[in-house]
Design a protein around this ligand. Structure first.
Ligand code: SF4
Length: 268
């Protein structure tokens, strides 16, 4: 198998399977159930010839094509969680392509049948490293290196590992938004506009000596970890206890914009 696609609807998947069967092209079905059944549609891996047969038929709507790589992770065997109030509904990936920033990753845009925007002010309170823009409304955050932007009824994910990782992220968003929404009576909603400084802004406030005292290979690696919330500002020893303490105030200022506060400046 060389190439992989998913579909906006199961009926499109079924049409594509018929074309491959009729033309006797080899194919592999990849199903999202049970655990990702609310966020995924059955998908197909096939050969380049099989892909051409589907595309030339012109009656099948696909979400896009990416290179097929065997997927190593497993879909959890349990059913997806149910929520008494479900803001998310179901999702379908409408756009699937190689990530512009990294050709080994994928990007996707999914449409959802629900509306996430009522949960954004509560998510904004609970997720201090996210960037919320109430005028969009949009809600941006990182899941490790993956970049996630939530709109009312649309989700954009960049730098997902593969299709299964995309489904996993969508399911996680579904659960997170609904769980926070279920607890909303205990959360003070926040419409604070947080614009996250870009990772380069953090990098420019580091000593940029690549001394590795933070146990990262480069200052840029630490900047990216800080940006994604996977490190503490105090990891850069030269700024706090060494010869670069003159950078401390400006560095802490930019870290504050990421949601780090004074007590976060040490990693002990
Ligand atoms: S400790 Fe600071 S200066 Fe050294 S590599 Fe890490 S970020 Fe760069």
């Amino acid at each position: 198998m060389k190439t992989l696609t998913t579909f906006p609807r199961i009926s499109e998947f079924e049409k594509a399977v018929e074309i491959l069967k009729t033309g006797k092209y080899p194919y592999l079905e990849i199903h999202p159930y049970p655990y990702y059944s609310k966020v995924g549609v059955s998908s197909l891996a096939t050969t380049l010839e099989g892909r051409s047969a589907i595309q030339e038929n012109q009656t099948v709507i696909t979400s896009g094509w990416i290179d097929y790589r065997p997927i190593e992770s497993q879909i959890p065997k349990n059913k997806p969680n149910d929520f008494a109030e479900d803001l998310f509904g179901n999702a379908a990936i409408m756009v699937l392509s190689v990530c512009v920033a990294d050709e080994n990753k994928i990007r996707l845009i999914a449409h959802i049948s629900g509306n996430l925007s009522p949960a954004f002010p509560y998510m904004n309170s609970e997720m201090p490293q996210a960037a919320f823009n109430i005028d969009g409304p949009t809600f941006f955050y990182m899941d490790q290196y993956r970049m996630i932007t939530l709109y009312s009824n649309r989700i954009a994910v960049a730098k997902a590992d593969d299709l299964l990782d995309g489904w996993r992220i969508l399911e996680k968003i579904r659960c997170t938004a609904n769980e926070i929404w279920a607890r909303r009576s205990m959360i003070t909603p926040s419409s604070e506009l947080r614009k996250k400084p870009p990772a380069l802004e953090i990098y420019f406030r580091l000593p940029r000596t690549n001394c590795r005292q933070c146990e990262e290979k480069t200052c840029m690696a630490l900047a990216l970890k800080l940006w994604t919330g996977n490190a503490q500002p105090g990891a850069c020893k030269p700024i706090f206890t060494g010869e670069y303490q003159h950078l401390k105030d400006a560095f802490l200022q930019v870290c504050h914009g990421l949601g780090y506060f004074a007590g976060d400046s040490t990693d002990d």
